[in-house]
Design a protein around this ligand. Structure first.
Ligand code: NAD
Ligand code: DAU
Length: 331
């Protein structure tokens, strides 16, 4: 099988490529990635010589056409992915997340290529802290931020192309991922690398906001389960029952790194900050038999901390520019 992985130099995409090379020797992988500030070709060092890398933009129809015509499957991870950036400058989110997805859909339609679309639980908006409900595939779309609204738009394009043109597509909506190779702008790596630098972690607002954490390898195993066994035209929600509030996560990072659990600062809240995400993954578990392997968050987080300690050379070049951006926002 020949597959095209978009965004394969980013966090989840690079872990997907590692996972694929490790577990599926029969799969030939080509990565298409524009290497934006969030992409790093070094994230593919562990699979050097085993995959083909193409630097290019998913919003460029010629680039997309030339690569899609030679594969059996496109797995689409590439996106502008950070909510805080989308509040500052939404345009790259529209261009990559909406126009880029459109160009991929037109190409897979032209060549009859199978397509898997990687999306987020944020398309459903947020839940109240005391609401017993979780997101299901039937939850109405209600995105809050420029990021999540462009991801919602891209999901709707996929649904329309599947229904109107018979594109062989599946969609997954996953909760917050953690693990190696995540950019230091994101919550968990930002706090770990702050502690390494002797800087106090930064908690937005009160820190009551809840995220439903899943290890990136569990996400990627679920993506493969959907590619292998998922029904065409269907949406699968991916989550591992990992709800934690941000305050608890920051305190656990501090404890695991040998610091006082109270040694963090409260900073300006994110405008429109979603309160809670929670996934009901019953469909994925019962229909496709997927189960998460990382069931103890504390252990997964400790391994992630070890990875950032051991791989400072990977994250160090991102750190100053990231913190300079946050300083402008008072966060
Ligand atoms: P990331 O920001 O770490 O990586 C995105 C990658 O896409 C980068 O390598 C970047 O260079 C590339 N890219 C950006 N614009 C591009 C363009 N125009 N053309 C080609 N490549 C481009 O993102 P991530 O956290 O790995 O997220 C990957 C996907 O998973 C996204 O679609 C995101 O919406 C989704 N998702 C993320 C999470 C999470 O917790 N991080 C959870 C659920 C879903
Ligand atoms: O739910 C899936 C989504 O998870 C993905 O679609 C996004 O691509 C991904 O970035 C993530 O979005 P969040 O906005 O939830 O992730 P982020 O890491 O930016 O923040 C997680 C929580 O931590 C959120 O409530 C904001 C808070 N936060 C974040 C940072 C960077 C802090 O308290 N302090 C911080 O320094």
């Amino acid at each position: 099988m020949r597959i095209l992985v978009t965004g394969g130099a980013g966090f989840i995409g690079s872990n997907f490529v590692h996972h694929t090379v490790r577990t599926r020797p029969d799969v030939h992988v080509t990565v298409l990635d524009a290497l934006t500030y969030a992409g790093d070709e070094r994230s593919l060092d562990p699979v050097e010589g085993k995959v083909v890398f193409a630097k290019g933009d998913i919003a460029d129809p010629d680039v997309v056409d030339s690569l899609v015509k030679d594969v059996d499957l496109v797995v689409h991870f590439a996106a502008e992915s950070h909510n805080d950036n989308s509040l500052h400058d939404p345009w790259p989110f529209l261009r990559t997340n909406v126009i880029g997805t459109y160009q991929l859909l037109e190409a897979v339609r032209r060549y009859g290529v199978r397509y898997h679309h990687v999306s987020t639980d944020e398309v459903y908006g947020d839940l109240e802290l005391d609401d017993p409900a979780k997101f299901t595939p039937d939850t109405p779309y209600n995105p809050s931020s420029p990021y999540s609204s462009t991801k919602a738009a891209s999901d709707l394009l996929v649904r329309a192309w599947a229904r109107s043109f018979g594109v062989q597509a599946t969609i997954s909506n996953c909760s917050n991922n953690y693990g190696p190779y995540q950019h230091v702008e994101k919550f968990i790596p930002r706090q770990i690398t702050n502690v390494v630098d002797g800087v106090r972690p930064k908690l937005y607002g009160t820190g009551e906001n809840v995220r439903d954490w899943i290890h990136v390898d569990d996400h990627n195993a679920a993506v493969w389960a959907i590619i292998d066994k998922g029904r065409i035209g269907e949406t699968y929600l991916i989550g591992a029952d990992g709800e934690k509030d941000n305050k608890t996560v920051i305190e656990l990072i501090l404890e695991l790194m040998g610091q006082e659990p109270t040694a963090y600062d409260h900073v300006n809240d994110r405008p429109g900050h979603d309160m809670r995400y929670a996934i009901d993954a019953t469909k994925l578990r019962t229909e496709l038999g997927w189960e998460p392997q990382y069931t103890t968050f504390r252990d997964g987080l400790a391994a992630t901390i070890d990875w950032y300690r051991a791989n400072e050379a990977w994250w160090r070049p991102q750190k100053d520019a990231t913190e300079a951006k946050y300083a402008q926002l008072g966060r």
